[in-house]
Design a protein around this ligand. Structure first.
Ligand SMILES: NC(=O)c1ccc[n+]([C@@H]2O[C@H](COP(=O)([O-])OP(=O)(O)OC[C@H]3O[C@@H](n4cnc5c(N)ncnc54)[C@H](OP(=O)(O)O)[C@@H]3O)[C@@H](O)[C@H]2O)c1
Length: 428
């Protein structure tokens, strides 16, 4: 029976991996050590040992805390967000490097078979603008020239170097995953789409208009996208940990369907008992929003021109698009017709949150830590993000999760965990 260590076990990807390891019967995991920085793990099972450990401490400091910790498979989901990409590389790189050094120092690295590292679609620069699509794992890394640092590249290099420098008795390899926007459950984490969306929907449905207005833009609403269920990602991570042919490789991980907000939004509105306004994008045209004026009924807008050329520029010559993405006017735009960060500060919205908080017994920290900036980006980008799963499928991966189901199941779970108000009781 295999054993595991999960770092970042209280986060959105780590929590789902722990739950999946506990529920798995083939194989049955015999021992799981969960690590996090500040929050205690909520998983209760005799196979779990939880330790609070600061991965930002030095390897020698960590050595003592990890003295009795053993695991054949490490799922590395610890993550610290930093606005500056260079700093993100430094901070997250140090956490991974020091953790590996600490495992070497305790000697436990000799029992390690594979380390699975969770990265994401920033691999393809989706935070910088339009990428060539669908995205494939063989797409070029965006480095040199004007490209900013990318912390995922730093982490992947650390793993490659560590495997090349394996010492006596070490025989392990790695897998890296690239999930898309994750749909899952966590408290107070850095990027949580479902919680922010659930808060926006609960409050919109409880205000007198009972309207659920898509806060992003028309292009985004019509675009095709992929999403990643945290549960499906967890299944993928355990499959990839145990699949002999997956070693030393990186894989995209998305649900396996292609979806769009034009499908999902009305379904979410119905779940909350709200209506979708018949004319939801007044004045919008079928092109990239170029103006801050494109707003919904007097709400404040969020409008950002991204600072670099879009990733597709890297391959433009090769794919017959030379010159189309090089200019200053070719940068991608993020536009929300309702800036949700500012919306969340409106007096009537804050008042409604406080009412719902008290009525449903919710914690104020849910509101204080809601990731509105992440929501702005996901609903406001004016390009689609479609990802290929062919590489994993060719190795035998067959996992699939319907995206709408993933949203609904996650919203149900967030309600059970008392992170969100119960949608079915809002109108009572
Ligand atoms: N969330 C998404 O939608 C999404 C989408 C695509 C890719 N990704 C990528 O997935 C990876 C994992 O992120 P996530 O979203 O799962 O993270 P997350 O939900 O924000 O959780 C971060 C985890 O790391 C732990 N942690 C942070 N600093 C630590 C430290 N100094 N020492 C020990 N543990 C520490 C946290 O512990 P405490 O809670 O105890 O502080 C928490 O368990 C990242 O590379 C992220 O970019 C995420």
């Amino acid at each position: 029976m295999p054993t595991a260590i999960v770092t970042g076990a209280t986060g959105i990807t780590g929590h789902a991996i722990v739950q999946h390891l506990l529920s798995s019967t083939t194989p049955k995991w015999s021992q799981i050590t969960t690590l996090s920085r500040s929050q205690a793990s909520t998983a209760s099972d005799s196979r779990i040992t939880h330790k609070t450990l600061d991965l930002q401490s030095s390897a020698s400091e960590m050595k003592d805390s990890l003295a009795s910790v053993t695991g054949e498979y490490v799922f590395f989901c610890a993550y610290l967000a930093r606005d500056d990409e260079g700093e993100a590389a430094e901070v997250n790189g140090a956490m991974l490097r020091n953790f590996l050094s600490a495992l070497r120092a305790t000697g436990e690295i000799k029992h390690l078979k594979r380390l699975v590292l969770v990265n994401g679609l920033k691999q393809y620069g989706v935070h910088l603008g339009r990428a060539k699509q669908p995205m494939h794992e063989t797409d070029p890394w965006l480095e040199g020239g004007d490209w900013p640092p990318n912390f995922y590249y730093t982490l992947q290099r650390i793993l490659r170097d560590a495997v090349e420098d394996e010492g006596d008795g070490e025989k392990w390899d790695w897998v890296v995953t690239y999930p898309q926007d994750v749909i899952g459950v966590a408290r107070a984490n850095f990027m949580n789409l479902a919680t922010a969306l659930g808060l926006y929907a609960s409050i919109s449905a409880s205000l007198p208009e009972r309207e659920l207005v898509f806060p992003g833009n028309l292009i985004n609403y019509l675009a095709f996208n992929c999403w990643t269920s945290a549960k499906l990602h967890a299944e993928f991570c355990t499959w990839a940990a145990l699949e002999p042919k997956a070693g030393n490789q990186a894989f995209n991980v998305v649900n396996g369907d292609t979806e769009s907000w034009q499908n999902l939004w009305p379904a979410i509105a119905e779940r909350y008992g709200a209506k979708v306004p018949a004319k939801m994008f007044p004045g919008a045209e079928l092109k990239v929003p170029s103006s801050k004026e494109q707003r919904y009924n007097g709400f404040e807008v969020a409008h950002t021109v991204l600072p670099t050329k879009p990733p597709i520029a890297e391959e433009a010559d090769k794919i017959g698009l030379k010159g189309l993405f090089d200019g200053k006017d070719d940068h991608s735009v993020v536009h929300q017709q309702i800036d949700t960060t500012k919306w969340a500060q409106r007096p009537e919205v804050v008042k409604k949150w406080e009412e719902l908080r008290d009525r449903f017994g919710l914690d104020q920290s849910v509101w204080d830590k809601a990731t509105w900036g992440f929501l702005t980006f996901l609903l406001g980008r004016e390009y689609d993000c479609v990802v290929s799963m062919s590489k994993a499928r060719k190795l035998g991966w067959t996992g699939y999760h319907d995206t709408k189901d993933a949203f609904f199941e996650t919203l149900d779970e967030l309600e059970k965990e008392k992170i969100l108000p119960k949608a079915s009781e809002l109108q009572k």
